[in-house]
Structure formats: structure tokens, C-alpha cells
Design a protein around this ligand. Structure first.
Ligand code: ADP
Length: 200
């Protein structure tokens, strides 16, 4: 909020684990401050959809859940950050940087955020959120059995119960923890670069 008082447009980087509520916070922050929301994953999916050379290459990595090489990602993000709308309105960058070299690349281009927001959510809560998540196949809306329960019995009865036996649930928890570990490794690598402007 203090940073938003300055004359220049606000520049924000946000980092949060899967199910940390990053998507919701991104929506609230971009609305409140009128920022351009730039998500690295969205930029990559657009390249893939456009079947560009970079898109074709990126797809191979994305399908394996691996990081797309810097040669593709760095230029793509940098160019988006320097577009007129981002420059005029300010930006909220999400999903980037995921490594120290990606952070260093931004620094080299003189691109530095005003604030680095770190959504700090304990592993127990993240696991509970993912496990309790349900999808309404009719509307596409996501519910949570405890935190965002369905409005009525009709909706409740059609929510997809993907993980109802304990073995599937144990497997899901394992996968969530694996994803969280990767996420933490990525975040730890960039924390030192933004230490002085980090808000937890
Ligand atoms: P997720 O949270 O599941 O990783 P994203 O939409 O953020 O979803 O990213 C989807 C995929 O795009 C990632 O699995 C990865 O392959 C690629 N990707 C996203 N951001 C980056 C990045 N900063 N560097 C390299 N690859 C990325």
C-alpha cells in the first residue's frame, strides 16, 4: 500500500504455492490497483495455442511439468512487462521468476518490482485445501467441502468425488507434497534477490 502512493505505476511480483490462494489474491490486487496481470503460465499457454516455434518447444516441457528453458521464458516475460499497457498501468507478475537465473535476468534488464509478495501457507493447510476440493461438472465452479461448501443439496450431489478411497487420497497427498517441495525449491532460489522488498 505504501508503494502504491508513489507517482510511478506499481510493479509487483507474487509468489504462492499451489492452493495458497494466489489466483484469488491476483484478482483482488489487479482490481484494486488497476494493474496488468501477467502470468508466465498463461503467456506460455498462449504461445502453445498459437503453435509458434517457441510454443512447440515449450509444450514438450510443460507436458512433463518441467520448467521451460530460459531462452524462451525470459524474453517472453520481459517483452510482456515492457508493453505499453504494463508500463502505463503497472503490473502484477505471477509464476515468474522460478529460479535465481530468471530473477537475475530481470535485474540485468533493470526490471525490479516495488514489492515481492510471498503467500506463506503451511503445508498442512495446503494439503487440506487440495484434498477437500470438489468440482461442479455442470458449472465448472470449484468448491471446498469445508471452506466453500455447495449452496444446496442438488449441487452437492453432483460434485465430483475424485478421491474417495483412502489409497487414492494417500496418493494425492503424496503428489501434493511433491509439488510443494518443487515450489519451495523454486521460491528459495529467488528469495535472496528480493529480500529487502519481500512482504509475507
Ligand atoms: P503450475 O502452477 O501448475 O506450474 P503454471 O500455469 O504456473 O502452472 O505453469 C504451467 C507450466 O508452464 C509449468 O509447469 C512450466 O512447465 C511452465 N512455466 C510456467 N512458468 C514458468 C517459468 N517461470 N519458467 C519456466 N517454465 C514455466
Amino acid at each position: 500500500v505504501a508503494a502504491s502512493g508513489k507517482a510511478e505505476p506499481l510493479k509487483v511480483i507474487i509468489s504462492g504455492a499451489p492452493a495458497s490462494g494466489k489466483g484469488t489474491q491476483c484478482e483482488l490486487i489487479t482490481q484494486k490497483y488497476g494493474l496488468v496481470h501477467i502470468a508466465a503460465g498463461d503467456l506460455l499457454r498462449a504461445e502453445v495455442a498459437a503453435a509458434s516455434e517457441n510454443g512447440k518447444l515449450a509444450k514438450e516441457y510443460m507436458e512433463k511439468g518441467e520448467l521451460v528453458p530460459n531462452e524462451i521464458v525470459v524474453m517472453m516475460v520481459k517483452e510482456r512487462l515492457l508493453q505499453p499497457d504494463s508500463q502505463q498501468r503497472g503490473w502484477l507478475l505471477d509464476g515468474y521468476p522460478r529460479s535465481s537465473s530468471q530473477a537475475a535476468a530481470l535485474e540485468d534488464y533493470g526490471i525490479r518490482p516495488d514489492v515481492f509478495i510471498l503467500l506463506d501457507v503451511s503445508e498442512d493447510i495446503l494439503v487440506e485445501r487440495v484434498v477437500g476440493r470438489r468440482l461442479d461438472p455442470l458449472t465448472g465452479k470449484i468448491y471446498h467441502l469445508k471452506y466453500s461448501p455447495p449452496e444446496n443439496d442438488e449441487i452437492a450431489s453432483r460434485l465430483t468425488q475424485r478421491f474417495d478411497d483412502t489409497e487414492e487420497k494417500a496418493c494425492l497427498i503424496f503428489l501434493v507434497k511433491l509439488r510443494l517441495r518443487t515450489h519451495h525449491q523454486n521460491v528459495d532460489a529467488v528469495l535472496s534477490v528480493y529480500k529487502d522488498i519481500t512482504v509475507k
